[in-house]
Design a protein around this ligand. Sequence first.
Ligand code: 5AD
Ligand code: SF4
Length: 454
Amino acid sequence: MNTEPNKKVFIKTYGCQMNVYDSERMNDVLNSLGYGTIDTPDDADLIILNTCHIREKAAEKVYSEIGRLRILKQARLVQGKQAVIAVAGCVAQAEGEEIIRRAPTVDLVFGPQTYHRLPQLIEAVTSDGKKVIETDFPAEDKFEDLARQNSVKRLARGVSAFLTVQEGCDKFCAFCVVPFTRGAEFSRPVAQITAEARELADAGVREITLLGQNVNAYLGADNDGKKFSLGLLLEHLSKIDGIERLRFTTSHPRDMDDELISAMASNKKVMPYLHLPVQAGSDKTLKAMNRQHTAEHYINLIAKIRKAKPDLALSGDFIVGFPGETDADFEETLALVREVTYAQAYSFKYSVRPGTKAAEMADQVPEDVKSERLARLQILLNEQQLKFNQACLGKEFDLLLERPGRQDGQLVGRSPYLQSVHIDGNGHKTGEIVPVCVDNVGPHSLSAHIVRRV
Ligand code: 5AD
Ligand code: SF4
């Protein structure tokens, strides 16, 4: 395959961390072809919108972005230059050829499991001038193919990196599009993950966040065919020199096994942070959501994890106004939040995703009721977040320094609990892990000072 000297690519990433990972891998593939990465679209020969389908009106937002890019593409044509416009990610998967029908300016549509074939896809678009749509499953081929392409290096882009270990979902929660856009559950082999983690460590990465839509359902094989759970995988990766911190997201309550809890409890490199969505507190709603767990199961599970890991920072996701949710059901969500207590959480109004079970349900909740419930839930969650931060005042912990702050000499890092922490850098550099003491807390970040030189 010919390289493309002096060509430039701009990728706009929407949505979750897995999309951030996917965009980085697309950049890796394109860099190996000679494309330089730029962070504005104006001079780009190739523009990729890596889209997300999880939020309301996601597709509409993509179409209006394409409208803006159409003007840019025409302006470049006047200058005798091309701009290939590509739509990738979950909207591409869900909409397929509809995108090119509605927005003929788009040249290429490719789903989340196909970006290893970008060299061929781009070739087809640029040399034949064809519109290309590629929305194949499954995920296996992508990872195998990327690992085989020797020219594609996993470039590090900072001291903390994402690494996808599991993709897809077989749970089919009634509200969720993920099983349709990302496909069936699939776990990458241990050796492939280990090789990628080593490449990251060699490139200066100190912290890796393992990603999966259902990350704790991870069950991957090593070269001897032995199966590794996520707990075992974390233990295994913790032995890599240079990797000092491991995180993982997003977990499902049904897949929280003892191996994982024990890795969290005993392995110092596994950070005390868990994103474990419950979505709602009423068993009736949970059943309608097809969550496959009750509120009691979740509450007991958190108690068990906290017994093993008392300083756990718990995070979650909530949906208010799921079809059929009554005031009394919603009160049960508030009661669950009061009982469990969160360090941080995301909360959303339910919104219809065509093709999902919940889209056909009767008893859709009126918008104003959803808004009112969301506001009440968020007041409670914000209070809990502030309380969690306040409890850190005077505490000492290690800080991974990630980037310069806004003020001169300031550095920003992450606490073990994933809070942003500002310090006076005092000659220290990003990538270092320094012991700090917290001396100021706000709702969204902390500030601290270094307690002794390392
Ligand atoms: N409506 C509202 N929130 C949703 N989520 C997923 N699908 C929907 C939907 N249709 C939320 C869930 C999930 C998070 C990533 O997004 O809380 O955990
Ligand atoms: Fe969606 Fe449920 Fe799967 Fe999470 S577990 S990705 S919410 S279907």
